[in-house]
Design a protein around this ligand. Structure first.
Ligand SMILES: [Zn+2]
Ligand SMILES: [Zn+2]
Length: 364
């Protein structure tokens, strides 16, 4: 890593006003990507992991974050020096487990890698929930040798280097870890006769169809985990971490559990009242616009919003009226409007009448 530390918000890829949940989600994504256990021997990944952990440690602490916002990296010592340089993170593994639960618990010796996937769902799917099928290409044990890498029927002797355990213990820096034995690639045996169908790798690529359950009301950027959806080793399965991206809707916008939309209506509709069809997440409904409805008025369609609490309740749909003033009028319509203006009594426009009255009182 270069000597000058990068901005913590940049490191985590978040905006400066990110809240605690957003911070955690961003950090989680980076941990999944760069955790040393998932990237054995990858110095770049480890550096990114350290950097993200440092950034998260500072920004997740209210006091530290305030100081950082004011003074930048200088808040923690000499400028340009990271607060954790050369130091110890303490128990990073414990912190991760506390934060994210079992996802980061140590697994068996042939740790199958997790995979990530970016899934885009429609606004309506995200609001109501959905089951999405996705196709994932992943590494699985070779069928012919069952992942051993040895030719079927051959009887490979144990690896002398690791005495058949398949792993080497390492303690480096702030994390101790076990690494697959280099001599045997973690297999624990010395393969003299490689499996012909996988050339001794013990693995093959396979495309699988997996189902991702999208819960109603899912947030943009949420990560859904498909257990066992990652790479497969003979004795373990990785998970698949699916980041959910929500498409914009041309009419709807989300506001917590409510759905907002703007409904353009004409001046006669607003003045005379009308019954209009309004689209909702689940089909059209009739909505009454009473006579004299003003622009900006919000109507609430109860229970037409996003399901919450596992479907026990639902948000509303909020419809904002936008009265559209006619444009590009020809002679005939100008005349009609002029006649209307002249014939309308003052109390047809009470707000304007009150305004004119105020002007008069102020002598303006
Ligand atoms: Zn094979
Ligand atoms: Zn070995």
């Amino acid at each position: 890593m270069s000597s000058a530390p990068r901005d913590y918000y940049t490191v985590l890829g978040v905006s400066r006003d990110v809240d605690a949940a957003g911070l955690k989600a961003a950090y989680r994504k980076l941990v999944i990507q760069y955790h040393p256990d998932r990237n054995p021997g990858d110095a770049e990944a480890e550096a990114r992991f350290r950097e993200a952990t440092e950034a998260y440690t500072v920004l997740s602490d209210e006091e530290r974050r305030k100081r950082y916002d004011r003074y930048g990296h200088a808040a923690f010592g000499e400028p340009g020096k990271s607060p954790f340089e050369g130091g110890d993170f303490g128990s990073v593994a414990d912190m991760l487990e506390g934060l994210f639960g079992e996802v980061f618990r140590r697994r068996k010796k042939h740790l199958a890698k997790d995979l990530t996937y970016d899934l885009t769902v429609s606004f309506v799917e995200a609001a109501l929930g959905a089951e999405k099928k996705i196709r994932v290409t992943r590494s699985v044990p070779c069928m012919s040798c069952r992942g051993t890498g040895a030719a079927p029927g051959s009887n490979p002797p144990p690896c002398a280097e690791c005495k058949g355990t398949g792993e080497t213990k390492l303690k480096r820096g702030f994390l101790s870890s076990t690494r697959p034995c280099v001599a045997c690639g973690g297999k624990g045996v010395r393969i003299l006769e490689p499996c012909p169908s996988c050339s001794g790798r013990g693995k093959e690529k396979r495309e699988d169809e997996l189902t991702v359950r999208i819960p109603p009301g899912v947030q943009d950027g949420a990560v859904r985990t498909v257990r066992g959806g990652g790479e497969i080793e003979p004795d373990s399965k990785g998970d698949l971490h699916v980041t959910v991206h929500i498409e914009k809707h041309p009419l709807f916008e989300r506001d917590g559990a409510d759905v907002r939309m703007t409904l353009p209506v004409s001046v006669p509709m607003a003045a005379l009242g009308a019954t209009v069809e309004v689209p909702t997440l689940e089909g059209k409904v009739q909505m009454k616009i009473p006579p004299g409805t003003q622009s900006g008025k919000v109507f609430r369609l109860r229970g037409r919003g996003i399901p919450v609490f596992g479907g026990a309740a639902k948000g509303d749909q909020l419809v904002t009226i936008q009265v559209e003033i006619p444009q590009g009028l020809g002679r005939k319509h100008r005349k009609l409007l002029e006649e209307l203006e002249e014939s309308l009594p003052a109390d047809a426009h009470p707000v304007r009448a009150a305004y004119l009255d105020t002007l008069r009182k102020l002598g303006l």
